[in-house]
Design a protein around this ligand. Structure first.
Ligand code: COA
Length: 177
């Protein structure tokens, strides 16, 4: 296995056959917790619903060895104001914390700004998802707002950070990635 710095990923349009591999991730309680899913709404079912819709674009995250390790998407694309919501899940947890999330985010932001000509990409992340938060900040996202008590989990209300990046911030950040 290559060392983490050299590990490469690519993004490939998500297909129905990828969803079979994603089915196992929906059984992972920690992933459901990090994504704020209740375990009934399965991650892969949600992706299946969005496939082929004009205002949603989904990609499989693939390693250099061709293994599908996750999914990344631009959803709720508003073509009029040119913005979209980003979601990412590396469902194979053996690949967490190896810098691959950062690489996938960089790749999708290039698509968002250079190919799709979006002006702004935003995301929502639970306050307790520190790995994701660090990864987003590292990629140049800024915290924009705190949505208080938006989700009830384990008997407690949880906050969500709304974060964003625009073309200008991304270009300014590219050299630091
Ligand atoms: C969030 C996610 C995409 C990040 O991808 P990744 O490849 O794991 O992240 P990276 O290795 O690129 O960066 C992780 C950052 O968190 C840090 N980190 C790693 N493990 C950590 C942990 N257990 N707790 C806190 N921070 C951690 C790393 O040091 C790195 O920060 P740095 O660049 O400042 O050193 C991925 O972990 C994932 O899909 N998790 C499950 C689903 C999820 O949470 N999705 C996001 C929902 S908003």
């Amino acid at each position: 296995m290559p060392n983490h710095q050299e590990e490469e990923i690519s993004l490939e349009p998500l297909l129905k056959e990828h969803l079979k591999q994603m089915a196992a991730w929906g059984e992972d309680a920690e992933i459901n917790y990090l994504l704020g899913l209740d375990g009934i709404t399965k991650y892969w079912e949600r992706c299946a619903d969005l496939l082929g819709q004009p205002n949603h674009r989904l990609w499989a995250i693939k390693t250099g060895q061709g293994c599908v390790i996750g999914e990344i998407s631009l959803s709720q694309i508003c073509w009029r104001v040119r913005e979209a919501e980003l979601r990412i899940c590396i469902g194979n947890r053996a690949y967490w914390g190896r810098g691959l999330g950062k690489k996938a985010l960089q790749a999708i932001l290039i698509k968002a700004f250079d190919e799709l000509k979006l002006k702004r990409v935003y995301l929502r992340v639970y306050h307790y998802n520190t790995r994701a938060l660090k990864c987003y900040l590292r990629c140049g996202f800024k915290k924009e707002a705190v949505l208080r008590n938006r989700y009830r989990y384990g008997g407690q209300n949880r906050d969500i950070y709304l974060m964003y990046i625009d073309q200008r911030l991304f270009k300014a950040h590219l050299g630091k990635l």
